[in-house]
Design a protein. Structure first.
Length: 294
């Protein structure tokens, strides 16, 4: 099933009194902004990222977490990162003017849409757990990864996901009845689908969404290097596992000097990471490559 989000590319900017847009705050925390939010991609999902234009990329699921890492349990939250992020998103946000104009073109009764995030959580798996789980990867997932790499695609692993509840306040006027502030239920229902919501309130003119995934943190997990790194680590017990590894270091070189650290180090350079997360991500398909290979 092909999703409609290509028609729904929006950014969120802060209202008066806030210094940074929500997307920028997410980027500062290492997250790529998902628009609209959803509940599909979770930590451990394997994805391919395709450029749409200079500001947008599409995300194609290669394997769902259950296909890529079937032995992993529910991802754990990161309380420290959650508290830091929660302190940054206490304000109300407004849809970007360009996107709001798109919405108003489809729904002329809409004047403004405000957003409040609540209960943010950051879900993740430790790198070591991801490496341990590779042995149980489904055959369909292995075939899907092989097919993508044969085409020259880079397959990423989602390391972290930013999850939060949302309340959208819809401000407008039912112009057919000249009732200010009361939009028809049909308009709210349609907007609910556009914004990733799950319920509406005609009385409060709000749309709510629970546990929506707003951002992801992709990286490269070089599984093929794990056996060599583990063997090297076992052969060099005096290696310092806490020695810092430069962000731009080549994983192979890092493995030679500090094998266990190479497993934990970021595979993407800081420049690569920034280049990826600064582009808004939209979900292209609701099925993974592995689904189609079953």
């Amino acid at each position: 099933m092909k999703f409609r989000p290509f028609l729904i590319i929006f950014s969120i900017v802060l209202l008066t009194g806030c210094s940074k847009p929500l997307t920028h705050i997410m980027n500062e925390h290492g997250f790529q902004r998902f628009q609209p939010p959803h509940k599909i991609i979770e930590p451990g999902t394997l994805i391919v990222i395709e450029n749409v234009d200079e500001k947008v990329v599409s995300v194609i699921p290669v394997c769902w977490r259950q296909q890529a890492f079937p032995t992993l349990l529910t991802p754990k939250s990161n309380p420290t990162a959650e508290l830091e992020f929660k302190n940054k998103v206490k304000d109300t946000y407004s849809l970007e003017p360009a996107y709001l104009q798109r919405v108003k073109a489809k729904y002329p009764d809409v004047d403004e849409i405000e957003l409040l995030l609540s209960n943010p959580s950051i879900l993740e798996y430790p790198d070591a757990k991801l490496y341990e789980g590779i042995a149980s990867r489904s055959n369909a997932c292995k075939d899907a990864v092989t097919a993508r790499e044969a085409k020259g695609d880079r397959v990423y692993t989602v390391l972290r996901v930013l999850k939060a509840d949302a309340t959208y306040k819809i401000i407008g006027e039912d112009r057919t009845r000249h009732v200010k502030g009361k939009l028809p239920q049909k308009v709210l229902e349609d907007l609910k689908k556009e914004l990733g919501g799950s319920s509406i309130s005609t009385f409060g003119q709000t749309i709510k969404g629970a546990s929506l995934h707003w951002g992801l943190q992709p990286d490269i997990i070089a599984f093929e290097s794990l056996p060599a790194a583990m063997a090297a680590a076992a052969a060099t017990p005096d290696a310092n596992p806490t020695e810092a590894t430069a962000p731009d270091a080549n994983p192979a070189e890092a493995a030679a000097s500090s094998p266990m650290e190479a497993i934990k180090a970021a595979r993407l350079s800081e420049m690569e990471r920034k280049s990826i997360i600064q582009k808004v991500a939209i979900l292209k398909y609701g099925k993974s490559d592995a689904d189609r290979l079953k």
